[in-house]
Write a protein that binds this ligand. Sequence first.
Ligand SMILES: NC(=O)c1ccc[n+]([C@@H]2O[C@H](COP(=O)([O-])OP(=O)(O)OC[C@H]3O[C@@H](n4cnc5c(N)ncnc54)[C@H](O)[C@@H]3O)[C@@H](O)[C@H]2O)c1
Length: 271
Amino acid sequence: MHLGVIGFGNIGQELFMLLSDLELVRLTVLVRPGRIETAVEKLESLSQTVAARTTFVDDIGAFLAAQPSFVVETAGHDAVLNYGADILKSGTDLVVVSIGALADAALHDTLVAAARKGKARMILPSGAVGGLDILAGLAPAGDMQLRYFGTKPPKAWVGTPVAQNVDLDTLDHVLEFFHGTAREAASAYPKNANVAAALALAGGGFDATQVTLIADPAATGNSHRYELISPLATVSVDIANKASGGNVKTSLATVYSVLREIRNRLGPIAI
Ligand SMILES: NC(=O)c1ccc[n+]([C@@H]2O[C@H](COP(=O)([O-])OP(=O)(O)OC[C@H]3O[C@@H](n4cnc5c(N)ncnc54)[C@H](O)[C@@H]3O)[C@@H](O)[C@H]2O)c1
């Protein structure tokens, strides 16, 4: 398989450390303009084996011209907005890790239309959360009520709207600072919208998914809890994610969820 990867940041680099045993004949990676040299050096320090099969490009035209057979996006919402439709229209399946981008209904519809046109598929990995299988399985039965609670240490909320009203450096108690729908959460906290968006897209949609965001000074990592009530089942999920050694922002579960999509594409069984 010729794997295309967009972005070579926290998730991209962690991912590349897991690829050496896979049957990837060739890899093409799209980085930002001017970043090729640094990326080459970084990859050579991570895995010589994978580096030997990898070409970096810094232009979407060159990336598409290389014709990867399967693409994973690990770059950000802008990359989904700017490149997603062209990749899908070219007939290439695309794994979107920046799933919060799909809270933008217009972009969501554009990508769905592009996937139909290219006879390609947009694949939404479970990312930092889990249980999307049962949510998506039950969704056609309708009437899903899902409540999601996302907890992070105060420093993880720096730069978000809550920091305007709360001194996160001195916060000494658990603070539930946002209650709203997944659509409202995606609009107010776009950089933290991935999990809420994944739950909404798998389950009852952005307006039927309730979100509570929490800052907890005792939290050592990011945790995701949700409760689903549907006519067919009740589901409770509680996930405490371990961050990568290199970067506290990157939950290893997210990296492994992208790896899972690649392995599913390569292997005789998809699970
Ligand atoms: N689905 C989930 O549960 C989940 C969990 C964590 C992160 N994410 C999302 O995954 C994405 C990547 O996360 P990360 O921690 O690796 O971020 P990061 O900032 O460490 O890495 C992103 C990399 O992509 C590059 N990039 C950005 N735009 C680009 C573009 N247009 N073309 C080429 N390269 C581009 C950046 O230069 C950077 O190197 C983010 O959007 C984040 O929100 C999703």
